[in-house]
Design a protein. Structure first.
Length: 268
């Protein structure tokens, strides 16, 4: 994994916010992974919960706003994301990685790890840490995308970056996805419940697609301060506008989806 890309990506929450907003507004079918996670967990509001790779902490903020009064902890390796968690009343931000969670054994009733395990160099180590820090009888819920989610937009960004000599791989660990996660979790947790969501992003005008594509830049090596970033963005915008011009009445449709995998931690 190219860790520098993740450091650059999550130094500023804006690209993440753009991606979340895009999935909320431009999904072909209603898209609500948070609701799917909450449905899988059936929280009472009293649980001590840690969100690993908490991002901009909007999941924890939603729980706090709904009256969750068990402790809420956001764990992340990005200072910007930890600050976002600390800014939410009732939420504590903590610096730490999924492979070495800075808490004692049996610390939490619930651990969530949403859309982050494919960034982790050693996913099995992370899963073992999830189990270690969850109390017996507690729950661990992991969300990962389908393999090749939004392939057309990703390929477009990669192609334009490559014309300027940028790229050579993504910051996503390709071995972790909705096909492989159940097999990874089974040796650690035993039974795993799976909820599957299949969907697509659909754009009928260029601008939201351009914004979404730009929000993927850092994953393809185009960091915020890259000297050719503006040139790549200009070329990509022209290409997208040209596609819509030459395909009147058509939409840009990019398949996507995810699974919510939930396990109950059995006593050892």
């Amino acid at each position: 994994m190219c860790s520098y890309r993740l450091d650059a990506e999550y130094a500023d929450p804006t690209p993440l916010e753009v991606r979340i907003d895009t999935h909320e507004r431009y999904s072909e079918q209603p898209d609500d992974p948070v609701a799917d996670v909450l449905g899988a967990l059936a929280l009472t509001g009293t649980e001590h919960l840690a969100d690993i790779g908490c991002g901009d902490a909007r999941f924890l903020a939603q729980l706090a706003a709904a009256g969750h009064h068990g402790s809420l902890v956001g764990i992340d390796t990005s200072p910007a994301m930890i600050a976002a968690a600390d800014a939410v009343p009732g939420v504590r931000g903590v610096f730490g990685s999924a492979e070495r969670i800075p808490f004692d054994d049996n610390s939490f009733d619930v651990i969530t790890a949403r859309h982050m395990l494919y960034h982790v160099p050693d996913p099995m180590a992370a899963l073992r840490e999830f189990r270690r820090t969850t109390k017996p009888g507690g729950s661990v819920t992991v969300v990962v995308d389908h393999p090749g989610t939004c392939p057309y937009t990703g390929e477009l960004v990669a192609a334009h970056a490559a014309t300027y000599g940028v790229g050579a791989g993504s910051a996503v660990i390709s071995t972790v996805d909705s096909d492989t996660l159940p097999e990874l979790m089974a040796p650690v947790f035993g039974d795993v419940r799976i909820h599957r969501s299949d969907n697509a992003l659909v754009f009928d005008t260029p601008e939201p697609l351009v914004r979404f594509a730009e929000a993927l830049f850092t994953f393809h090596g185009v960091t915020p301060n890259h000297p050719r970033r503006q040139a790549i963005l200009t070329d990509l915008r022209e290409d997208i506008e040209d596609w819509f011009t030459h395909h009147p009445g058509r939409t840009w449709r990019d398949p996507k989806g995810y699974i919510v995998a939930t396990a109950v931690v059995e006593p050892e």
